[in-house]
Design a binder for this molecule. Sequence first.
Ligand SMILES: *Cc1c(COP(=O)(O)O)cnc(C)c1O
Length: 383
Amino acid sequence: MTKAMTDLPPFTEPHVAPRQWDYLRDALENGKLDGNGPYTEQAAAVVRRVTAAAEVLLTPSCTHALEMSAIALDIEPGDEVIVPAFSYAPTACAFALRGAHLVYVDSHPDTLNVRADHIAAAITERTKAIVVLHYAGVPCEMDPIMAIAREHGLAVVEDSAQAFGSTYRGRPTGSFGRFAALSFHATKNVHCAKGGALLVNDQADTDRAKIIQDRGTDRHHYFQGLVKEYQWVELGSSSMLNELLAALLAAQLETFDEVQAIRGHWWNTYDATLPGWAREHGVATPHIPAHTTHSAHLYHLVLPTEDSKSALLDHLAAQGLTATVHYLALHDTPAGRRFGQPGPGGCAVAETLPRRLIRLPMHAGMAADYQRRVIDAVIDFRP
Ligand SMILES: *Cc1c(COP(=O)(O)O)cnc(C)c1O
């Protein structure tokens, strides 16, 4: 018998950092609540160290950071933006908001990351930017993607929401594109309930990014004593992380190495126990290219059919274990169809594989015994 989702344990639980209460109280008592205070600087310094970004602006979400990059790139109606078909709504929505026409490109069947050859084929004289997503924190093939972007003079934006701490050929993800967006949503490895960061990799973009972040005003010039009064100078929004959440984030980031070690252990345990069963039953496990490291954000299985995926979810739920699906291809959604279309290569992989994909539970506070039960239940399942 299948248990209702509401009876099951949560799929993931937000990480708790020991000093988060102290930092939150301190920030609240400090009085500088709206942002850009000492905890913002402390958290941004860690993000700069991990990502090697030239500038880190903390934002209320990854979605805000993506929207800021779309404003900074002057995306306007008539422009085309190439986005991965297999991605989450904000990756695309941020650019559709500026009036862009979205061109969806397909995924590699092994990593589900966007294909460089399909990006190249989708470029027209109207193309303004290329957006990539490092799915599950596994880096995209950045060398060929950056070569294509350079050849056509196009900006690259990395959706690094799941890839904080990942590397491609020894270089951090988020440091390749002109901009990158991180998420510190409660479901991510480290979090501040809801938060994010815009990574600015070209120093020349920093000033404008700060204006866009601060309601389109040059208030940061005012604080630096460069102008007597600040004014509205640009399109922008209110996209600064407040100091309370920055304090929570600073406490979480202090535990980042520890969180990554624990998650890496869960990920490796799945990957040491499941591939034998998977090979025997036509199930795909994650593929990590040799020249990359990943953030251990999630562990997924791609079942042979959509029916066997549903059957495995039911099989786990019947034993009180929570696994879940992930998003479907963007061009397969109502808004995705309205704001864009697949590029010349089509999107066959992105359309079908996610329908057969499940994510296994994994968070820093997960009990080893719970994972053992998940593994036993999966191995016991016959697709
Ligand atoms: C989590 C996530 C986001 C959204 O992050 P928010 O901080 O909630 O805006 C965007 N893209 C991807 C791929 C994500 O996984």
